[in-house]
Design a protein. Structure first.
Length: 292
């Protein structure tokens, strides 16, 4: 097991910004992960940090990062992935093997664990669509939940990150469809419309409704290009905040800039945008309206 002391958490976030963490655990096996959870029941858990701002102003005392728990196995029309497996890798592998229902997920950053907590999705397809079961750590023991024991909604689920940690998940791969062309189209569309060359956390805000997109509201309120420190509302896609300076960036500016943008949208349209990202500090995880 790797244990880093007084290390920057910036490499653990796709925003490439973070604070100094006294203890950073990187388990290499599931057994090591469980050992850490047994010793530190309340330790915050992070995958690839593709949806989380890691506070530098008030950093966590310890962090468990699951990025090394990356493994996929296939048998009997079931695909099983460990929590640290990249969703994009899983989706791409599924498409190449001829399994249907995964292509749009190939453009989503982050790991299986984080994607399930927020029910990540793209172009009408969600990670929960072909989910069979999930193995979690809860209250000091490993529990297996079947699909009917879980609830999923738009960018949300019934998982409680404060007391549950996703360890593994299984997916139905019985649908045989050639989605190779759809995969290419999804990736090309992402590259053309999103600022993929700069560090970010993906979409900043959830869409207020099926008919109203956050990026349209942000663009209407002339927020493209607004900057605070190293953080800038992307000039390519208004619902992305990008890190222009990487190593020297102050991650908490991301949260402040998001609040400024949400306030302007509310003042001009009366619509209150809800953050899609999470904020992690010594006080714990904050998400949704708690951040604003």
């Amino acid at each position: 097991m790797r244990v880093l002391r007084n290390s920057s958490s910036a490499p653990c976030s796709s925003l490439r910004a973070g604070g100094v963490v006294p203890l950073l655990y990187l388990p290499q096996t599931m057994e090591e992960c469980v050992q850490i959870l047994q010793r530190h029941p309340s330790i915050p858990v992070l995958g690839r940090g593709s949806n989380t701002v890691l506070s530098a102003r008030n950093p966590v005392p310890a962090l468990l990062v699951t990025s090394q728990l990356d493994h996929i196995s296939i048998s009997d029309e079931t695909l099983v992935a460990k929590t640290g497996t990249m969703l994009a890798r899983l989706a791409t592998l599924a498409v190449r093997q001829g399994y249907g229902g995964f292509a749009p997920l190939a453009g989503i950053p982050g790991t299986i664990g984080g994607a399930l907590v927020m029910n990540a999705g793209c172009y009408g397809v969600h990670i929960s669509d072909r989910l069979l079961w999930v193995e979690i750590w809860r209250d000091g023991e490993i529990v297996c939940l079947q699909r009917h024991q879980m609830e999923f909604g738009y960018r949300c689920s019934s998982f409680d990150p404060a007391r549950e940690v996703i360890l593994r998940a299984a997916f139905d791969i019985s649908l045989r469809v050639d989605e190779s062309q759809q995969l290419r189209q999804c990736l090309e569309r992402k590259k053309a419309s999103q600022p993929t060359s700069l560090p970010s956390l993906g979409s900043v805000f959830r869409n207020p409704s099926a008919s109203v997109s956050s990026w349209q509201l942000l663009e209407k309120c002339e927020l493209k290009g607004m900057r605070l420190g190293s953080m800038q509302i992307s000039e390519k896609h208004a619902n992305f905040i990008v890190n222009l300076e990487r190593g020297s960036a102050w991650p908490d500016d991301y949260v402040v800039l998001a609040r400024m943008a949400a306030n302007r949208v509310y003042q001009r349209t009366g619509i209150l945008l809800e953050p899609e990202f999470r904020y992690l500090s010594k006080e714990g995880y904050f998400h949704g309206k708690e951040i604003l």
